[in-house]
Design a protein around this ligand. Structure first.
Ligand SMILES: *Cc1c(COP(=O)(O)O)cnc(C)c1O
Length: 363
């Protein structure tokens, strides 16, 4: 029997899933930038409280969560879209914005979902290399915009390089873009970035109709398994378009309850972010003493070279020692690794294993 698939299935590369999913504990899960902390206080209770409503569909407009986000960010509810994780919103944005013949501009290396947005819709992905310091080259990205461009995506801080651009640089890009182009800023790791207040970028959606900020409960808020993300939109028509194309009820009853409860824990959230940032700095320092090139990260992971050692051998050796990380070759640069900041024990195991696997340093 001849079976057929849509043409796009041939164009889309499979999402580079981590090597193992299963109960954490023995395995150090440092491959997917999840939080090593359990859900924030009150979140599990909120999930249990929502569970009896499991026979009902969730509120399609996620009213309670949108109201909480409006209170938090002072962005009108019509300008907020909520999805089952921010990847859900990215794929909806692709469907809502991109037609064959249109273009999407993104950096490279960056989050692999962006080129997939083009592959899924028949649009053309224009990949602009990062600069010498692994930051987005925003001028080159603006130069890559044509009449066919619908969307420019900036990942800030960038996954996998951890690099970060200040608000002023992003705003300069927003001003440079012609009015037919949307600027989507993926801030999945924004809470971990040093310097500016993490909420400062929200001013962009008040000042520029074509800017959309994408945020998630999967990383700092530690709810990756719940699937909840949101978009703060400069123009309510963007949120409306997303709601038109997506599958109704994408964010579940329990995910909405969990996210709403998590928003009520800013102090504990801040404490955890501080612990993660401190652990990241220590990890970066120790990796540098192994003689490796380390990018200064603004996220909950580190991006570092292997100093010329064989990537596959190191990754296999780490897996044998039950430490899972992301290989750079799957993320756009072989010979580098992206490693999530885990618990102190996990980070220690990672460093010990790397020390065993890398050739001794010459000095
Ligand atoms: C992890 C991540 C996300 C979040 O995805 P969810 O679907 O919200 O879990 C979004 N963007 C980037 C760059 C990420 O690394």
């Amino acid at each position: 029997m001849l079976v057929g698939f849509a043409e796009k299935v041939g164009r889309i590369t499979a999402y580079p899933a981590a090597d193992a999913y299963g109960p954490a504990g023995e395995i150090a899960m440092l491959a997917s930038n999840e939080s090593p902390f359990p859900p924030l206080p009150g979140v599990m209770e909120a999930i249990a409280e929502a569970a009896p409503d499991g026979n009902r569909y969730p509120a399609p407009s996620a009213d309670r969560l949108r109201a909480a986000l409006t209170a938090r960010f002072d962005v009108a509810p019509e300008r907020i879209a909520i999805g089952a994780g921010s990847c859900d919103l990215l794929l909806s944005a692709a469907e809502a914005l991109l037609d064959p013949g249109t273009e999407l501009v993104h950096a490279w290396p960056t989050f692999a979902i962006y080129p997939r947005m083009a592959a899924a819709t028949g649009a053309r992905a224009v990949a602009v290399p990062l600069d010498a310091d692994d930051r987005h080259d925003l001028d080159a990205m603006a130069d890559a915009v044509t009449d066919a461009t619908r969307l420019v995506v900036v990942c800030n801080p960038n996954n996998p390089t951890g690099t970060f651009l200040p608000l002023a640089a992003i705003e300069r890009l927003a001003r440079r873009l012609p009015p037919h182009v949307w600027l989507l800023v993926d801030e999945a790791y924004r809470e971990f970035a040093a310097g500016e207040d993490a909420d400062a970028s929200v001013a962009l959606v008040r000042r520029h109709r074509n800017v959309v900020l994408l945020r998630t409960f999967s990383k700092a808020y530690g709810l990756a398994g719940m699937r909840c993300g949101y978009a703060l939109c400069g123009d309510e028509r963007f949120a409306e378009a997303l709601y038109r194309v997506w599958q109704p009820f994408s964010c579940s009853v329990v995910a909405q309850a969990a996210a709403s409860a998590a928003l009520e824990q800013p102090a504990e959230l801040a404490r955890r972010i501080e612990l993660t940032v401190a652990a990241r700095l220590e990890l970066e320092e120790r990796l540098a003493t192994l003689g490796l090139e380390v990018r200064r990260s603004h996220a909950n992971f580190v991006w570092h070279s292997l100093g010329g050692a064989d990537e596959a051998a190191v990754v296999d050796g780490l897996a044998e020692r039950k430490v899972l990380v992301r290989r750079g070759s799957a993320l756009g640069r072989s010979g580098w690794l992206r490693t999530t900041v885990g618990t102190a024990v996990e980070n220690g195991r990672y460093l010990t294993a790397l020390g065993e696997l890398l050739p001794p340093q010459r000095d």
